[in-house]
Design a protein around this ligand. Structure first.
Ligand SMILES: [Zn+2]
Length: 302
């Protein structure tokens, strides 16, 4: 009987070792350490999160949805026993701010800017939870002991309460939706004030960081796991400028309004994801903005 129990215990421990090694595999998500105790995480479905492990515990950046969060929780457990202290949500949109309950259940506080919290209170999603902590103004620091999470609200750009995060001790950042490597703008460019987005990209380039996790990164997955850099923020800003210049040139040429999206081409971006399907939508959206004036627009609520 004792020998059986020993065998059973051994089997359970082999199973546990096996289960741990499976976490981080293709079906359960992939992690990569991109700086000391700074990790990127993705399930390969187009969403990238970051987590950092400080002396006092772990902080995660963008929970996306419950499935993504469960997989990330398992991945975090494969590299540390430290408690998860914070689940930071970058902005109000359901496709980023869902799944927070998974981290609440694991003992974390869900944190977001007050402008995001107000929007979510009025427009709750199926998988969103009210935050435990809201912050306001344009700056807040949260300590993890040896590491600082710097939260910045850079004004209107995309969605409500958009927060850019930096970890100065590691030269790392987390940027959602504002920098999207290797991709044109998303479809009809929903809920972006494009002029303020361009201005924000200059503000982002004034921040000190060497590596970031960009929440949507269309580089090949093995490259995307390494995160994004300042170069990608510069490329995003240049794309906005090039598209605007091309539209204004067609206005200048007297091209018919509805013909403009059919003739604007930016071959230098032809290798970017979405070029064939979305460039016309991007053009129609930006030219509407240039014709009517910028939208959406909110009074300064810093
Ligand atoms: Zn968004």
């Amino acid at each position: 009987m004792r020998r059986f129990l020993r065998y059973a215990a051994l089997s359970v421990s082999i199973l546990l070792v096996f289960a741990t090694s499976v976490f981080g595999s293709d079906e359960n998500g992939k992690i990569r350490e991109i700086g000391d105790s700074v990790y990127s995480f993705t399930m390969g479905l187009g969403n990238h999160s970051m987590f950092v492990i400080g002396q006092d515990g772990v902080a995660v950046f963008d929970t996306f949805d419950s499935q993504h969060s469960k997989s990330m929780l398992a991945a975090i457990g494969s590299v540390t026993d430290k408690p998860i202290r914070y689940a930071f949500q970058s902005h109000n949109h359901w496709d980023h701010a869902s799944g927070g309950q998974v981290f609440k259940d694991a003992g974390a506080q869900v944190v977001m800017h007050v402008l995001a919290a107000e929007w979510l209170a009025a427009n709750p999603g199926r998988d969103t939870v009210p935050p435990d902590t809201v912050w306001s103004g344009d700056r807040k620091n949260i300590s993890l002991g040896n590491l600082t999470v710097e939260l910045r609200y850079l004004g209107m750009n995309h969605g409500r309460g958009m927060t850019v995060f930096t970890i100065p001790e590691r030269g790392a950042a987390f940027i959602a939706d504002l920098v999207n490597p290797n991709r044109v703008m998303f479809s009809v460019v929903p809920d972006f004030n494009i002029g303020e987005w361009e201005r924000t990209l200059t503000d982002i380039l004034d921040l000190e960081f060497d590596v970031a996790v960009c929440a949507h990164n269309e580089l090949p997955i093995d490259e995307a796991l390494n995160g994004c850099t300042r170069l990608h923020a510069e490329e995003e800003r240049q794309f906005i400028r090039d598209l605007r210049d091309a539209i204004l040139a067609e206005f200048q040429n007297g091209t018919g309004f509805l013909d403009v999206p059919k003739v604007v081409r930016l071959p230098q971006y032809a290798h970017w994801v979405g070029y064939d399907d979305w460039l016309e939508m991007n053009t129609l959206r930006l030219m509407t903005d240039l014709w009517m004036g910028p939208f959406p627009w909110y009074p300064d609520e810093k």
